[in-house]
Design a protein around this ligand. Structure first.
Ligand code: ADP
Length: 447
C-alpha cells in the first residue's frame, strides 16, 4: 500500500530535516514551509518544494494555520507532519487539517485535547490505574483553596499551569506566606503564555527522576512501548541530557512501567506516537503528563530499539498494519546531548553566524542538526541547534563516546553549551548514573 505521495512538514530546524530524511527513505516527496527568516535553512534546501508562509515571528508563520493549509493545498500534499512544538499539540489544527481532506500525522483531536490538558490527563490515567503526584484533584480557583490543599499535602508544593509546557508555568511554594503572591503570578503567567489561567497543585517532590515511556498506538486498541528514557538531567525544568535505558531502574520496574504505559495507550485507543511522563521516587512512578507528539529526545529510543519512530508515525497515519506482538529488544545504551546556542554563564540565547563548523563522526554517533558553516542562527526561535546522539554496547562506552564526540565538535561564531556537556560527562555522580532532576542545577552548577 502506498503511504503518502507528499508530506508537508509544518516545522523548522533539525526536526524538519529529521522528518525529511525518513520521507526520502520511504519514497515520499516533501514540502518545506519556512518563515522569511529561514530562507537559507537546510530543510528548505533539501525539500522537493518549499513555500514561504510568513514573516519571522512564529505567530505569523509556523503558527499560522491558514497559511499552512493553503501551502499544503497549493502543493498538492496529502498529509502534514507537525514535528514538535508549534502546532503539534493543537487540537484545532489537527481538526482543520483533516477537514481539508489532508491527513494529520498525529493523534485524533480528542486525545490531543484530553491528554494535552494536564488536569484531564491526570484524571484519565488515574482511572486506568496509574498513580499521580498527590495534589489537588482538578483545578484550583483561589489562593485560599490552594493554601488549604497545601496544608493538607504539606509544603513545598508546586503550582502548575493546566496547559503549560516547555518547563514553563510552574511555581514552587515553600510556605503558606508565599502562596498568595505565587498563585496570582502563576495564573497571570499562564494566561499570557498559554491563553488559560487554569492552574492546579502538586506536591513538590524533593528528589525524583524524570522517566518517560515512548509509546505508539494504532487508534484501534493496538499499542506498543519502545521502553523508557531517563530525562532527569534538567535545568529550569528543561531537559539537557537524556539517556536510555534509565540507570535507576531494574528489569522488573522497567517492564512494569513500560507495560502500564502501553496498556493505557491501548485502552485509550490512542493513535500515533506519544510519551507518558513520570516522576520516579522511592520505587513509585507518579504520572505527570502525556505528550501527544514526537519528542526532541526520540532518537535515544530509536538507537536502543533499532526503530525509526518517524516512519512509525507515518505508517500509522497511513493506516498500515503494525507488528507489535512483542516489545523491541533493547540494544546497548544511548544518550542525547542537547546543544544550545547560549551563553555559558547566563544561559541567554546566543544567535548569530556560524563561522566554522565541524561535526563529530565515527562509530555510534548521530548528529541531528540543521547547522552548516555560514548559516545564521536566527534570534526568533528555540536556541537548540543540534542533538548529539551516542549509542554504544554499554553505558561506560557510551559515556566515553559522548566525551570523544563533544571534544571533536567545533561550532564557532555563536556561544554554545558544549563546555557544560564536558562538565556533566566528567562528573562522578553522572558517570555513576546517580542524579535526580535537581542535580544539575543544585550540585553541578551550585545554584
Ligand atoms: P512541561 O510540560 O512544562 O514539560 P512537566 O509537568 O512535564 O511540564 O514537568 C517538567 C519538569 O518539571 C519535570 O520533569 C520535573 O523536573 C519538574 N516537575 C514537574 N512536576 C513536579 C513535581 N510535582 N515535583 C518536582 N518537580 C516537578
Amino acid at each position: 500500500m502506498a503511504l503518502f505521495n507528499k508530506i508537508l512538514i509544518a516545522n523548522r530546524g533539525e526536526i524538519a530535516l529529521r522528518i525529511q530524511r525518513t520521507c526520502f527513505e520511504l519514497g515520499i516527496a516533501t514540502v518545506a514551509v519556512h518563515s522569511s527568516a529561514d530562507t537559507e535553512a537546510m530543510a528548505v534546501h533539501f525539500a522537493d518544494e518549499s513555500v514561504c508562509i510568513g514573516p519571522a515571528p512564529s505567530s505569523e508563520s509556523y503558527l499560522n494555520m491558514r497559511a499552512l493549509i493553503s501551502a499544503a493545498k497549493i502543493t498538492g500534499a496529502d498529509a502534514i507532519h507537525p514535528g514538535y512544538g508549534f502546532l503539534s499539540e493543537n487540537a484545532d489544527f489537527a481538526e482543520m487539517v483533516e477537514a481539508h481532506g489532508l491527513c494529520f500525522i498525529g493523534p485524533r483531536r480528542e486525545h490531543i485535547e484530553t491528554m494535552g490538558d494536564k488536569i484531564a490527563a491526570k484524571a484519565t490515567v488515574l482511572e486506568m490505574g496509574l498513580q499521580t503526584v498527590p495534589g489537588s484533584n482538578g483545578s484550583v480557583k483561589s489562593a485560599a483553596d490552594a493554601k488549604r490543599i497545601a496544608d493538607d499535602i504539606g509544603y513545598p508544593v508546586l503550582i502548575k499551569a493546566a496547559s503549560g509546557g516547555g518547563g514553563r508555568g510552574m511555581k514552587v511554594v515553600s510556605a503558606a506566606t508565599a502562596m498568595e503572591e505565587n498563585f496570582a503570578l502563576c495564573r497571570q503567567e499562564s494566561l499570557s503564555a498559554f491563553g488559560s489561567d487554569e492552574v492546579y497543585i502538586e506536591k513538590y517532590l524533593p528528589a525524583p527522576r524524570h522517566i518517560e515511556v515512548q509509546v505508539c498506538g494504532d487508534g484501534e486498541g493496538g499499542a506498543q512501548h519502545f521502553w523508557e528514557r531517563d530525562c532527569s538531567l534538567q535545568r529550569r525544568h528543561q531537559k539537557v541530557v537524556e539517556e536510555a535505558p534509565s540507570p535507576a531502574l531494574n528489569e522488573a520496574l522497567r517492564k512494569k512501567i513500560c507495560e502500564q504505559a502501553r496498556d493505557c495507550t491501548a485502552k485509550l485507543r490512542y493513535r500515533g506516537a506519544g510519551t507518558f511522563e513520570f516522576l520516579y521516587q522511592d520505587g513509585v512512578f507518579y504520572f505527570i503528563e502525556m505528550n501527544t507528539r514526537i519528542q526532541v529526545e526520540h532518537p535515544v529510543s530509536e538507537s536502543i530499539c533499532n526503530v525509526d519512530l518517524i516512519a512509525e508515525q507515518i505508517r500509522i497515519a497511513a493506516g498500515e498494519k503494525r507488528d507489535w506482538s512483542k516489545p523491541p529488544t533493547i540494544s546497548g545504551h544511548a544518550m542525547e546531548l542537547r546543544i544550545n546556542a547560549e551563553h555559558a554563564e547566563t544561559f541567554a540565547p546566543s544567535p548569530g553566524r556560524i563561522e566554522n563548523y565541524h561535526a563529530p563522526g565515527g562509530l555510534g554517533l548521530r548528529v541531528d542538526s540543521a547547522l552548516y558553516r555560514g548559516y545564521v542562527v536566527p534570534p526568533y526561535y528555540d536556541s537548540m541547534i543540534a542533538k548529539l546522539i551516542v549509542h554504544a554496547p554499554d553505558r561506560d562506552l557510551c559515556l566515553a563516546r559522548a566525551m570523544r564526540a563533544v571534544h571533536e565538535y567545533a561550532i564557532e561564531g555563536v556561544e554554545t553549551n558544549l563546555a557544560l556537556h564536558k562538565r556533566i560527562l566528567s562528573a562522578k555522580d553522572f558517570r555513576k548514573g546517580d542524579y535526580t532532576i535537581h542535580w544539575l542545577e543544585k550540585v553541578l552548577l551550585g545554584r
